[in-house]
Design a binder for this molecule. Structure first.
Ligand code: GLC
Length: 774
């Protein structure tokens, strides 16, 4: 543990005296093919407009030529420079104008000022805000005292990151995650700034260590420990537009297989074939729905990846087939560390074909992890990605469709917790040190895994879960937030963490329900299951040598509540699936902080303990022990208590009744969403009922075969529904926006009227309309 020595006065020396070189003044502007290249006193800077409202900034220190190759995380579609730019020049500045933005580039000293077409200021650099010391490149921009910051991926603390310091360096943190810990497993150097109606986003594309210091009242400072300064500036009218642009730039998630959005059960570890069978049988006997069981490291032979333990799991194919017949998928863990053992084929192949990370001088880097001394694949090389991907063949033949990638920061049992920063990565012929590429390691391992699975799974959708990642991880994997603890504080913290991940492009995220380390208890597990049931990734996982955490571990009272909410997950599955599809096309997160939908309401700006599922279901989890009520903030509008049907006017806080079996939930009047009957796993076809909460509103319901990529060729349905209230009638109408998948030709609606009445109707899809009395 750290002592007071950590804060002794002479530890943090002043930076005065350190040589700081700035970009200086513009000497010349060169324009080639929509790239604006500014030759400055001490640097070159390129500006490129990818769209009217999205530009790239790249700096090269000194006189070096600027390398304008995009990094691997930028989507191909985004690389085309589409925007028309009009350039003009005054004595003081150049002006670059698109159909959405005006970027004024000050000549002396070089600095940017971004406004909209009406001259409203969006962002303004500090004078001499671009510079560097021997160690760091630094960028400072002005900010307002009341500016809000969101995003930054997987971070501790509250929703709004104003006044905070964030650091990007993927780190395996087993110690309790507290606000002071600013580096966790994922690094997403992207944020959204909002102030009044002004909103913009900034993506710093740098996989080395970077820091964002928002603590100053007048400016924020971004520091890069390696690499050249390169960022993308995203402007738009709303947070939604920024997230949509950010995911245009870095990619959107594919639609997951439906089973991956059901309930998942994990433990470090279910250690034997028998234990796994008993677990599965228990779920079915107790009729607690479950789609997935995880195998943590004990299934392997001395933790050698891609092996099975000969006595613990003597017949994996048989086990997997039996579980599959009972509706379970099995997801095994795969870590990057390959045991150093010349008798082990994967290690031998890796050495022979030069797949492992090495020092410049040629020696293979090794570090200690679960299997002992291990080598680490160099995922920066496409060939190594392909080699690793192909290694999943055995799993796939055994019927496995999902893989859990862990320890891929990479985590190593040493003082720095990771690989030596001087190890080299081949990087497909552009060698760089580990220090420069560290935050790409987990991303590229997940890419290798996802692509390897996809290639071999005959048109079925793979599922990958990862601990580490970087911008773009959403294209390959769901993310869980690592080793949390069974603390109420960690349940609290998981909510803003997952919400900010959604704002950072990672729509498919969740925390270990019940808490990983430390002993859980019935009440905590029940409350955590309630919250988890409405968060995108829903897995109960717990560590070795601590209290068991299966739904039935704490007696019947708790089991009943836990079962009820796992069942609720399945009731909401058709809606969740629809929202996942929306995330795949628009990049918008499934779960949203209230500020995302109600930005004009200042009460939402740092609301960290409640969230919206989609745009109209408000979830307010209980995150403290021994309470049976809580304050819930309802934004303006009419809301209906999901449990009681009571109509509540928003624009104020209400006190919700929340005995142990109640998770406070409110539905916005006008909402429509699809629900299903309770099933034991997602493979069972559900009967769909549209819940219609009287008012004006619309919904797009999505369905397909749930497991293959056939939807990419049109095998899906999209049903557009709309409700209008007028005088004494409620008119519900629908049209098939796309029809490519065979499904029920009748539709069932449960209409929740303003006076508390509900009525249910089943009608022919072909009818297209239903008119009811209010
Ligand atoms: C790491 C993971 C955890 C896993 C354990 C053993 O701590 O974060 O989820 O159970 O390793 O594999």
């Amino acid at each position: 543990m750290e002592g007071s020595e950590m804060i002794k006065p002479d530890l943090h020396k002043s930076e005065t005296g350190v040589e700081y070189i700035t970009v200086g003044d513009i000497r010349d502007l060169q324009q080639t093919d929509r790239t604006y290249l500014f030759h400055c006193t001490h640097a070159r800077v390129a500006l490129q407009f990818l769209t009217d409202s999205l530009f790239r900034f790249k700096l090269s220190r000194g006189k070096h030529a600027l390398d304008l190759t995009h990094s691997r995380v930028i989507e191909l579609a985004a690389r085309d420079l589409q925007a028309e730019v009009a350039v003009s020049e005054t004595e003081q500045a150049y002006e670059l104008r698109t159909a959405a933005l005006v970027v004024t580039v000050n000549k002396s000293p070089f600095a940017l000022r971004v406004t909209d077409l009406h001259g409203n200021l969006i962002s303004e650099d500090e004078a001499n805000g671009y510079g560097w010391t021997k160690e760091h490149t630094i960028f400072t921009t002005k900010k307002a005292q009341d500016e809000n910051f969101y995003g930054f991926g997987e971070k501790t603390g509250h929703l709004n990151k104003k006044g905070s310091l964030q650091s990007m360096w993927n780190t395996d943190i087993y110690a309790p995650h507290v606000p002071e810990i600013v580096e966790l497993y994922q690094s997403i150097p992207f944020f959204i700034s909002t102030k009044g109606t002004n909103v913009y986003g900034l993506f710093l594309d740098n996989p080395g260590k970077t820091e964002f210091d928002m603590t100053d009242t007048k400016r924020y400072k971004i520091t890069c420990h390696s690499g050249e300064l390169e960022y993308y500036f995203l402007s738009g009218a709303s947070m939604k537009e920024i997230v949509s642009q950010y995911t245009f730039l870095t990619g959107r998630m594919p639609i997951p297989p439906k089973w991956a959005i059901g309930y998942h059960q994990s433990r470090y570890s279910y250690e034997t074939d028998l234990e796994v069978r008993e677990l599965a049988a228990n779920f079915r006997a107790k009729e607690i729905p479950c789609d997935v069981i995880y195998l943590d490291i004990h299934y392997m032979d001395e933790y050698r990846v891609f092996t099975w333990h000969p006595t613990r799991f003597p017949q994996p194919d048989k086990l997997l087939a039996d579980l599959r017949a009972d509706g379970f998928r099995v997801v095994p863990i795969v870590d990057p560390g390959v045991k150093k053992d010349p008798k082990y084929l994967i290690y031998r192949e890796g050495v022979t074909h030069e797949h492992f990370c090495k020092y410049l001088e040629g020696e293979t880097y090794t570090g200690e992890v679960w299997p002992g001394v291990s080598a680490f694949p160099d995922f920066t090389n496409t060939q190594t990605q392909q080699w690793w991907g192909a290694k999943h063949e055995g799993f796939i033949k055994s019927g496995i469709e999902g893989i859990w990638n862990d320890m891929n920061e990479p985590a190593i049992f040493n003082e720095t917790k990771t690989m030596d920063v001087n190890v080299m990565h081949g990087n497909d012929g552009d060698p760089k040190t580990h220090g420069e590429l560290h935050n790409h390691y987990g991303l590229l391992m997940s890419k290798a895994t996802y692509e390897g699975l996809k290639e071999q799974m005959d048109g079925k959708r793979p599922f990958v879960l990862t601990r580490a990642g970087y911008s773009g991880i959403q294209k390959y994997a769901a993310v869980w937030t690592g080793d949390n603890r069974s603390f109420w504080e960690h349940l609290q913290m998981s909510i803003p963490m997952i919400l900010n991940m959604g704002l950072s492009g990672v729509a498919f995220a969740g925390a270990d329900v019940g808490g990983f380390a430390h002993h859980s208890n019935g009440e905590l597990l029940a409350r955590w299951t309630q919250a988890g049931a409405f968060l995108p990734y829903f897995r109960n996982h717990s560590a070795t040598r601590i209290a068991r955490q299966e739904p039935w571990s704490y007696g019947e009272t708790y089991e009943a509540v836990i079962k009820k909410y796992i069942e609720m997950r399945y009731v909401f599955l058709p809606h969740l699936y629809t929202l996942f599809r929306e995330a795949s096309v628009s990049g918008l997160p499934l779960v949203r902080p209230l500020v995302f939908e109600y930005p004009q309401d200042p009460k939402t700006h740092n609301l960290s303990d409640q969230f919206l599922l989609g745009d109209s279901i408000l979830i307010a989890p209980i995150t403290q022990p021994d309470i049976d009520y809580r304050a819930v903030y309802l934004p303006a509008g009419t809301w209906i208590d999901y449990h009681t049907g009571e109509v509540v006017e928003g624009g104020r806080a209400v006190v919700a009744d929340a005995p142990l079996d109640v998770l406070p939930m409110y539905v916005k009047a006008g909402a429509i969403f699809a629900t299903g009957n309770v099933v034991q796993h997602s493979g069972v076809q559900q009967d769909i009922t549209f819940q219609v909460y009287a008012g004006n509103g619309s919904y797009e319901f999505y369905e397909d075969d749930a497991v293959t990529f056939a939807y990419e060729n049109g095998a899906y349905n999209l049903l557009r529904l709309e409700q209008r209230v007028e005088g004494s009638t409620l008119t519900l109408s629908w049209t098939e926006a796309h029809s490519g998948y065979d499904s029920a030709d009748q539709l069932t609606f449960t209409v929740h009227h303003e006076d508390g009445r509900t009525e249910t109707h089943t009608v022919a899809k072909a009818d297209g309309q239903l008119v009811l009395n209010r």
